[in-house]
Design a protein around this ligand. Sequence first.
Ligand SMILES: Nc1ncnc2c1ncn2[C@@H]1O[C@H](COP(=O)(O)OP(=O)(O)OP(=O)(O)O)[C@@H](O)[C@H]1O
Length: 386
Amino acid sequence: MPNGATWSDAEKKKRLLVLVNPAAGKGNDVSAYERDVAPVLECAFDRARIDVVVTTRRGEAQERVASMDLQNTAAVVCVGGDGTIAEVFNGLMSRGGAAEKFPIGMIPAGSGNAIAKSLAHAGGEPCDRASAALAVARGHIAPAGNGDAAATAATASVMHSLLSFSWGFFADVDIESETMRWLGGLRFTIQAIVRILFLRRYSAKLRFKPLAITPDAVPAGKKSKELAIGQEPKEAAAVAAMDGASAGDAIADRPGWREIEGDVQGLWALNLPWGGEDMYAAPGAAPDDGCYDLLVIAGASRLSLLGLLLIFDGGAHCTHPAVTYVKASAFELDPGPSHTGKGGFIAVDGELVARADGKWGRTRRQARSPSHWSPYDPVGVVNADP
Ligand SMILES: Nc1ncnc2c1ncn2[C@@H]1O[C@H](COP(=O)(O)OP(=O)(O)OP(=O)(O)O)[C@@H](O)[C@H]1O
């Protein structure tokens, strides 16, 4: 369905599958769905055609979507956070074909809500349940990933990503803050401060294929390239930092690739501009630009990281001396352990990536235990959009 279109009569006769994750955010109250979302959805779909499923465990949303009747369903609506959307997206991608372009409605009810925030920002809408419900009821569909999704060749399995790939500082903050889920989005800030105070040092080898940003290279309709020409001062400053040619060392046997090796503290690769509702992490990112925006932190002191944390909400971190910000069509990460032997997680769309041998990361409790620590194998991430 093109942007701006609304549900056709034929689609309105289909069913709407609503998946409510009661564990998302501070603990999703199903009555909040009934109060804020259901009445709006019922403007477009007959109540009897709306199937509401409250998930009972991790993985259920993915399983349901993997086996649902696509022909008779108009869309899947996620009431949860990025993890819920990631499950639904992976469930659809596992089916292949038309399922890969199946509409997903996103009602922000998680801690980060980065995907919903990015889409709301692009549409000039506020990121809240009622506005998102209205967007679903209107049937306005925007591309959010299929043409630009990463096939993440992680060690244990292939994971498809709409939003992000993170390692080191960024993933540790995300994964280790899950015990503070009751705090909502504040859990990220608190855990980031903890991680800065008890700083871990990591080593890694990061290889990436940067995209040269020049006004001449701007394909029509590509938002991130429009930003590169500079429409908003803050964003233009951030995009100015995306000079792939000056980031990293050239790799002799791989033309066009660069390498950063050594004291790399964290990598956050984003497919969308917002990394959380108040984290304008990658101002130049767009869902359909065929690349990831890489944020690499290397050699930063505690003070420097604290300073970074304070300016993350507006995008100014991109020009910080400790940050390399570059657009890349592919990248490979060979992560080493942290000097404490703890953390060093990899997360895709905020979800922990398990290791291939299953010895570590089989459960989150195991993953957090240093006795289970061993490094990941190298991970390659490519963009599905050539
Ligand atoms: N009934 C349930 N009990 C426990 N976990 C669940 C249940 N249903 C779904 N989950 C899992 O809850 C996890 C967290 O959900 P989600 O990511 O949507 O919320 P969040 O982490 O608060 O938000 P965000 O990812 O935006 O920060 C997901 O990994 C999902 O698989």
